[in-house]
Design a protein around this ligand. Structure first.
Ligand code: SF4
Ligand code: FES
Length: 380
């Protein structure tokens, strides 16, 4: 089948900065981060948002790093609102004061997605690599709800907190969230470095799935529970990105446009930058976006598989990371000739979950212009 003419994108993930006060070991941002000096300026981001609105994008996700590290956040939100874009702030909460949250609400912010690392303060701070982060996040949740903004709590599940997946749903209810996303770790970017310390055992993962699914039913009407199941433990892979370059674009802090957040790890791909092309040109014509559209690129067993229009062969980035070729079936699939790689990783997963894990923390190098003191986290 030839690659179909691309449909219109519906979402834009704007990675405003890679600077972040937290150091989460599961961070899915790439190993090489964009330094502050390379970040797009305010005028360019506004132009990108305007182009997004004109190609029909409806949802704008403001992400990072920590987007509150940008001093122009209120101005960017106001511009998005003036274009009629639905804006969602994806934040660690660190750097958001009550004054800033109020200003963002007044500027037209539509939604806040706040990450938590655990339901137990000590463990949460250990995972974040930031003392006091948990207490600060609880405070920020109250700023958000008091400002009348809808709140989603986002929790990434791994070996250290897998037994408290249910407690994290309950915490989200107490924080006044309308939605909670319980997402098992995806091993990309920095997260792949810590995979051996993050991977829960199959038994732990399955127990967590059961608890979260039960709460989903029990709490229906109180909170919406979104559940991203653990990929490596599944029989079939996830339909990553709902298909390559079908619905969303990611713009990196330095303006490179990617079909998914991890795409830079596939060395053969050529990405275009917003400095040189419009979003519309990039969506329609850039080599990276067209690389895996349709199914011409597929190999067996995907090519003749009845599920190829359901899961699109899984994740291209994961296929490359594990098998060395992005055209292969995602090795998570039990039909993949490379599936044994996943079985080996699972067999090696240690199960002593009670001890704090000696993570390799994610921190920007000083040469990338980020020490905590230099973050633009303002008190206003
Ligand atoms: Fe999906 Fe390919 Fe596995 Fe079929 S063989 S289920 S298309 S990953
Ligand atoms: Fe890139 Fe799945 S993360 S295709």
């Amino acid at each position: 089948m030839n690659a179909p003419f691309p449909s219109r994108p519906v979402g834009l993930l704007a990675e405003l900065t890679h600077r972040c006060p937290l150091a989460c070991p599961y961070c899915s941002n790439p190993l090489e981060l964009d330094a502050r000096e390379r970040e797009l300026d305010t005028t360019t981001w506004k132009r990108v948002f305007s182009e997004a609105a004109s190609v029909g994008i409806l949802q704008l996700h403001l992400s990072g790093g920590e987007p509150a590290s940008r001093r122009d956040l209120v101005e960017l939100v106001a511009h998005a609102a003036s274009l009629g874009l639905y804006s969602n702030l994806i934040t660690s909460g660190i750097g958001l004061t009550q004054v800033l949250v109020t200003k963002l609400a007044e500027a037209g912010l539509d939604h806040v997605q706040l990450s938590i690392q655990d339901s137990e303060p000590q463990s949460a701070d250990h995972i974040a690599g930031y003392k006091g982060a948990f207490a600060r996040k609880l405070e920020v949740a109250s700023f958000v709800t008091e400002a009348g903004l809808p709140l989603t709590v986002n929790a990434v599940i791994h070996r250290a907190n897998v037994r408290r997946a249910g407690a994290m749903v309950e915490l989200a209810v107490r924080l006044g969230a309308r939605r909670v996303e319980i997402a098992h770790t995806q091993y990309y970017g920095w997260g792949a470095k810590n995979r051996g310390l993050l991977m829960p055992s199959r038994e732990e993962a399955e127990a967590a799935i059961e608890v979260v699914e039960r709460l989903k039913t029990q709490l229906s009407g109180t909170i919406v529970v979104d559940h991203v199941a653990p990929d490596y433990h599944a029989r079939y892979p996830k339909p990553c990105m709902s298909g390559w370059a079908k619905r969303t674009l990611n713009v990196t802090p330095a303006g490179k446009v990617l079909p998914c957040h991890a795409a830079e790890l596939i060395p053969e791909l050529e990405f275009w930058n917003v400095a040189d092309h419009s979003l519309e040109e990039i969506w329609n014509d850039s080599p990276a976006f067209n690389a895996f559209r349709g199914d011409d690129w597929m190999r067996e067993p995907c090519r003749s598989c009845s599920r190829k229009s359901i899961d699109f062969g899984g994740c291209r980035c994961q296929a490359f990371m594990l098998s060395g070729d992005a055209r292969n079936a995602d090795p998570v699939c039990h039909l993949s000739p490379h599936h044994q790689l996943v079985e080996t990783i699972l067999a090696e997963a240690r199960v002593d979950t009670q001890e704090p894990q000696p993570y390799a923390y994610r921190r920007m190098r000083p040469s990338q212009a980020v020490t905590r003191e230099r973050l633009d986290i303002s008190a206003e």
